[in-house]
Design a protein around this ligand. Structure first.
Ligand code: GLN
Length: 292
């Protein structure tokens, strides 16, 4: 599904240039990563270990994701999880000497699951926000993104955030996009379980716009999964994704150390290039204070 690269590449490159990031989706593959020292990912244990326990090398961590958010996480043709986040957390697990065991959860169920310690981590394009950081812990930022407004192709009146006043807006429940939509004067916000459902509602003519993560909306449009939509203007926020963990998780340091390792040894850039076709931008060690 990531085969049609040239038109999409051009579109995304054009769209994101103003945001300071050049992103080109492509289908190039990476083979292996740099570690070679750990083989623990190959023999994933299915034994449930209590979540939130002491971090130990060789442990299995239960990682939740909501796999309807390509190119970050989705299901491949045989039902396997694929995406930037999936490759990233596997590489992090390998660098940390941990085996990753995936679990699918609805996006709005992740923070409660982290709080209840039924999962050890969530990797699901989750934006680091001060509000969320009150109840869960985040790793250092691993991806720079932002929200985009989508409308139907024939719409000429919605051109920015301001023109969404009094409009019907769809968004995915529990997301920064939904929060942004609710902050717009007199907007009627309809929330859906997944981003594709919100985008389909727009394509069906039942709402005027969708607010969702830019790279995901672009992927939905350019892959042909959703027809008749376009993105307007620039990204309306700057957001950073983090790996989410239970508050003060004993795994936080190991995950951050592993992330820093794969960023500095080139593994991160390799994964980024596989999914976005270009070198990654410089990532801050902590999210800038202005993020939503
Ligand atoms: N980045 C958005 C958020 O954190 C959306 C994430 C998602 O839907 N997976 O709210």
């Amino acid at each position: 599904m990531f085969e049609q690269k040239s038109t999409r590449s051009h579109f995304i490159k054009h769209f994101l240039t103003g945001f300071g990031v050049t992103v080109i989706l492509s289908a190039c593959d990476i083979s292996g990563n740099n570690s070679g020292t750990t083989s623990s990912n190959g023999n994933s244990s299915t034994t449930a270990k209590p979540a939130g326990q002491t971090a130990t090398v060789g442990k299995t961590i239960k990682v939740a994701t909501e796999p309807s958010f390509p190119p970050f996480e989705s299901k491949g043709s045989t039902g396997e999880l694929v995406g930037f986040d999936i490759d990233l957390i596997k590489a992090v697990g390998q660098a940390a000497g941990m085996t990753v065991e995936f679990q699918s959860l609805p996006f709005d169920g992740m923070i409660p699951a982290l709080q209840a310690n039924t999962i050890d981590a969530a990797v699901s394009a989750m934006t680091i926000t001060p509000e969320r950081a009150q109840t869960i812990s985040f790793s250092r930022p691993y991806f720079k993104a932002g929200l985009a407004i989508a409308v139907r192709q024939d719409n000429t009146t919605i051109t920015n955030l301001d023109s969404l006043k009094n409009k019907k807006i769809a968004a995915q429940i529990g997301t920064t996009g939904a929060k942004k939509a609710k902050s717009i004067t007199n907007a009627q916000v309809r929330e859906f379980d997944s981003a594709p459902l919100a985008l389909q509602e727009l394509a069906n003519g039942n709402v005027d716009a969708v607010i969702n993560d830019g790279p995901v909306t672009l992927e939905a449009i350019n892959s042909g999964n959703i027809k008749g939509l376009k993105v307007v203007g620039q990204l309306i926020t700057e957001e950073y994704y983090g790996i989410a963990l239970p508050k003060n998780s004993p795994n936080l340091n190991a995950i951050n150390t592993a992330l820093t390792k794969i960023i500095s040894d080139g593994t991160y850039a390799q994964i980024y290039k596989k999914w976005f076709g270009t070198e990654p931008p410089q990532l801050p060690e902590t999210p800038p204070a202005s993020t939503s």
